[in-house]
Design a protein around this ligand. Structure first.
Ligand SMILES: [Zn+2]
Length: 169
């Protein structure tokens, strides 16, 4: 599967999108990927304070990294687990490139302009007589994955890795 197909699958698995058409999901996925590409081409820095600790693997849940008050926390146990999953599939990733991708992903979430992304997605929702700019759940995730891929040089798409971790492929 390519990134567009993987991004469509990610949206399809996101609550609120169960009844969207394939065409709609494809269009949103494309827009989100393009936004991630565009961000990667800007001079948005990805150097940020990073701390490492255990605690990212819980029952049925894997948290690679999170952004807290100007610092990115990378969870080393989740990183090891992700590396194992990648190795099992024969993907040539290093822990360092995974770590770089995880940090870049969090930086993207922190810095991407959700309002601008929503404007491009062009999704509106009706509220009585008003049409409001809607939020497309999962679109920021797709943009962050694409940004992380471009900035980290990871040998495999983060969207593919995420699908593997979720047991979707
Ligand atoms: Zn994310």
């Amino acid at each position: 599967m390519n990134d567009l197909e993987l991004a469509v699958e990610l949206l399809r698995d996101t609550p609120t999108h169960e009844n969207r058409t394939g065409e709609q999901l494809r269009s949103w996925a494309q827009t989100a990927l393009e936004y991630g590409d565009e961000l990667a081409d800007t001079d948005m820095p990805v150097d940020i304070q990073v701390v490492e600790r255990e605690g990212g693997v819980r029952k049925g849940e894997l948290l690679l990294a999170e952004h807290q008050r100007g610092t990115v926390i990378v969870y080393t146990d989740a990183l090891r687990r992700t590396e194992e999953v990648a190795r099992e599939r024969g993907w040539a990733v290093t822990r360092e490139s995974l770590r770089r991708a995880a940090v870049a992903h969090e930086v993207a979430h922190h810095q991407l302009d959700v309002r601008e992304l929503n404007r491009r997605l062009g999704h509106t929702a009706r509220l009585g007589p008003f049409r409001l700019r809607g939020h497309v759940a999962g679109a920021d995730e797709i943009a962050a994955h694409r940004f992380a891929h471009r900035r980290s040089g990871l040998a495999v798409s983060p969207l593919l890795l995420t699908a593997a971790l979720a047991g979707r492929n």
